[in-house]
Design a protein. Structure first.
Length: 280
């Protein structure tokens, strides 16, 4: 896959339009997933990913092969996502204390009789995915980016350092700090990490519906487009791992999200427009 990307880059730089289209197709999902982890809402992630891909395309001739192309694309992505104005999730300014309060008061509610068992399962799944996104928002942007790159995308420290334009030691420090904050909260609360913990998605889900945290008529993550329609999350497998590895595995368990079809269509239209010097 990576060698194919490097070949496409060489062809795209000399003006092969089809190679450029294929190159964008190879990286668009990964750029979108990083944007989604940082911004927490698909529509905001879609907008940001499109802006990032425009930057990648228009700066393609400046790629000097100092790293793998995808690492270079992540560098552009990270710089964009760390400097854009706050989007809807960040404007809420959620923190770990607020998450704790929501958990503490959320167990009194029960399911409304009209909610079927099948709907309950979807809502519980949505809550799990929503909660993981929300916990990332409790980290400031620098820590969130380090956590996304190092823990979720499993980028090595030297790659992370290049992406963020910092030293490997600084990257490791950011990642360590983010891990400690996430793990401290989850080891104390999350029932998926320790079954004796108070917070279980099935217990909290009725309250999440009541407060509007999860909207059954608009399930954002469960209904999101994905590359493969299967759900790889296996709670039984999760509990075979030690407690520390459960946290990282849980955060990597998001569905294999694909960039939405509307996004892909707009990118194709952009490439066909001839608006960019590289394509002319």
């Amino acid at each position: 896959m990576e060698s194919d990307i490097e070949k496409l880059v060489e062809l795209a730089v000399v003006g092969e339009k089809k190679a450029l289209e294929n190159l964008v197709g190879c990286i668009q999902d990964r750029v979108y997933r990083l944007a989604l982890r940082m911004l927490a809402h698909p529509e905001d992630a879609e907008d940001a990913a499109q802006e990032i891909l425009i930057k990648v395309i228009t700066h393609l001739s400046s790629f000097r092969k100092e790293s793998a192309f995808m690492t270079w694309a992540y560098r552009i992505s990270a710089n964009h996502l760390l400097t854009i104005r706050k989007r809807r999730a960040e404007l809420i300014e959620i923190n770990f204390d607020q998450c704790q309060q929501q958990i503490d008061k959320g167990f009194a509610d029960t399911w409304h009789p009209s909610v079927s068992e099948a709907e309950q399962k979807l809502i519980v799944k949505e809550l799990r995915l929503n909660c993981l996104q929300g916990l990332l928002q409790c980290l400031d942007r620098n820590l969130r980016m380090a956590y996304a790159l190092g823990e979720i995308f499993e980028v090595k420290s030297n790659e992370g350092a290049y992406i963020l334009d910092i030293t490997p030691e600084a990257f490791r420090q950011r990642l360590s700090r983010a891990r400690k904050l996430i793990r401290k909260f989850m080891q104390k609360n999350c029932g998926l990490i320790n079954s004796e913990n108070p917070c279980h998605c099935s217990r909290l889900a009725p309250s999440a519906v009541k407060t509007g945290w999860v909207k059954p008529e608009k399930l954002i993550f469960v209904n999101h487009e994905r590359k493969h329609q299967t759900d790889d999350f296996d709670e039984s497998y999760l509990h075979e791992l030690d407690e520390l590895n459960r946290v990282s595995t849980l955060f990597r368990s998001h569905l294999d999200y694909a960039a939405p079809e509307t996004f892909i269509g707009s990118i194709k239209e952009m490439l066909d427009s001839g608006r960019f010097k590289l394509l002319q």
